[in-house]
Design a protein around this ligand. Sequence first.
Ligand SMILES: *Cc1c(COP(=O)(O)O)cnc(C)c1O
Length: 227
Amino acid sequence: MTTISANLQAVRARIAKAAREAGRQPEEIALLAVSKTVSPERILDATTAGQRAFGENYAQEGAAKIAALADLGLEWHFIGPLQSNKTRPVAEQFDWVHSIERFKVAERLAAARGADRPPLQVCVQVNVSGEASKSGVSPHDTATLARAVAALPRLKLRGLMAIPEPTADIALARRRFATLRALRDGLNAEGLGLDTLSMGMSHDLEAAILEGATLVRVGTAIFGERH
Ligand SMILES: *Cc1c(COP(=O)(O)O)cnc(C)c1O
């Protein structure tokens, strides 16, 4: 067994254990393998271990890998900061975008998404820690942005995403994730039908699953430290 397939098994076991502790089914939680800086060969290694969904942070790097692995029918998620002048390649090549924080970017993605493709699946990114340096819309402005994005053609708003500040304080991490869940629940009470909470990474996926994560984004625990 390769290191990557052993790591994938270990991450799946962590997800299943946390799900059981939360009284949830492991199948409710999707695993996104974050492959930024990872070569196509190592991504291929993960696919032979059954992984189908991959997350990339940079448009150009992601596009090159999508082209290199095009015949495998993988699912590609864009999870990095997105400027409005870089939207076209992302709209054309990715299946999902998790990092919508401005309406203008969403509008451009919608305009660039081909009518022959399925809608681009998107999440609004929320700054749940309130740090000025962090990406994401403020909790206060989340509902306004989510409603506007949900009304755009060619996009399908699936839910919310967050990257809380790194912390060893599990109670704090859980509060941040609970903030995202409460925002999602509020939008669903209005009828938005959001089924995705994209939260939890290598170091905090258990806390995220306890608070309702439906998709965890895991890089280091699968592919090792990035250089
Ligand atoms: C890099 C990255 C991850 C994965 O982080 P790890 O700590 O390596 O698991 C998840 N989400 C986003 C947005 C990232 O940029």
